[in-house]
Design a protein around this ligand. Sequence first.
Ligand code: NAD
Length: 481
Amino acid sequence: MVKICCIGAGYVGGPTMAMIAYKCSDVQVVVVDIAAARINAWNSDRLPIFEPGLDDVVKACRGKNLSFSTDVEAHVADSDIIFVSVNTPTKTRGLGAGKAADLTYWESAARMIADVSKSDKIVVEKSTVPVKTAEAIEKILTHNSKGINFQILSNPEFLAEGTAMDDLANPDRVLIGGRETPEGQRAIAALKAVYARWVPEDRILTMNLWSAELSKLAANAILAQRISSINAMSALCEATGADVSEVAYAVGKDSRIGSRFLNASVGFGGSCFQKDILSLVYICECHGLPEVAHYWKQVVQINDYQKTRFVNRVVSSMFNTVSGKKVAILGFAFKKDTGDTRETPAIDVCRGLLGDKAQLSIYDPQVTEDQIRRDLATGKFDWDHPQHLVPSSPTACKQVSVVWDAYSATAGAHGICIMTEWEEFKNLDYKKIYDGMEKPAFIFDGRNVVNVEELRKIGFIVYSVGKPLDPWVKDLPAVAY
Ligand code: NAD
């Protein structure tokens, strides 16, 4: 029986390993982590992450061929294939701070693997890493190997949170990169045999290590670039009276472009896009390619611009001040169907409004009060360092309250900001909400989920990213956006 161990029981390690166990009943899968609380949660009825369909898959395999453990070393020593799915955050200090990927967690995992291994292993990079990381990992492993053969493979993960289980069950492609030596090719074949149980052969792409590593960074950069492109257009739409949804629809009809990832919004979030683009920027700079670095950096800069622009719209529309005014924040997760708040635009928007002394009332169906307060207290980039490794205490900020439904959040508010495209925000009783708010009542839709015309009929002043401006907003004195 093939034994697989995955180091890192996070958003990637947990779901991917659950899917492997589910699809391969003859493969023994154990997911290990140094975070005991996380492992306990994986072993409980309340899993540590919310992902549609995940509960069923975990329950079907846990206790059979899937287990979760903190006994990292024993399980690593015992396995044939070791996936490493630890976090690879942006460095906060030292060389490359604010851009380069921090490989501390990866390096310590590699050293531990070398330390405890007594038989040959295939080590799989599941984390997103800078191109050429496998070379460094190989050096760490072989210089400490005690005669054991390690083969390194790159197998980047393309799942998207919120649809992770579907993405894993029906991936567009699985990438496996390895050395072009006979041993490297054998390792590729062994991993391919695992995926081939449920992924059609023509979707399993094998290639050299560096192509596989770079493909993941390239895919994330290009996805994020589409969002920043349409967001840049949304600013021009607002200035000219064009409607960004119509523009995106027309552009997306071109089969060379396609319609996905062309939704204008307050900006992209999530743990990967910004971190991976900054990592790409740093790699380009290190390779003497400043023009290429500058090109990709713009994708992040437009994203920051979009968040700032949104805050400026809110404040300028509400008579140039939100001081002391209650503003409801609907949604805090970086997208719907996840409780993940890493790099969510809601954090920057809330900080912007708090800076203008607003009173925020925040509601998200999947994010806890503790998490929201922690996010608002954590410094840029620090969020991606696991909480048990870099503790930060939640802020007791008196300007923030966290509530458990949209109606309490909006009661008595001057304005509403929609930060996440949760389905329930489309179907709220907006007449009831309007009646309970201060007047004039404002809605700022950062996700284009509301029906602008209907809300205007109720009496709201509505701003929706990239849509023709409400006469109220249009007639305001010019502000720099
Ligand atoms: P995560 O923070 O949710 O999980 C990482 C886990 O690794 C944490 O639980 C941490 O405790 C554990 N860990 C760190 N060092 C360890 C060690 N030495 N031994 C054992 N456990 C250790 O991160 P994630 O979202 O699962 O992302 C993991 C990697 O996958 C990152 O490189 C990320 O860029 C990449 N990725 C993420 C996504 C996504 O949607 N989240 C998608 C594709 C790729």
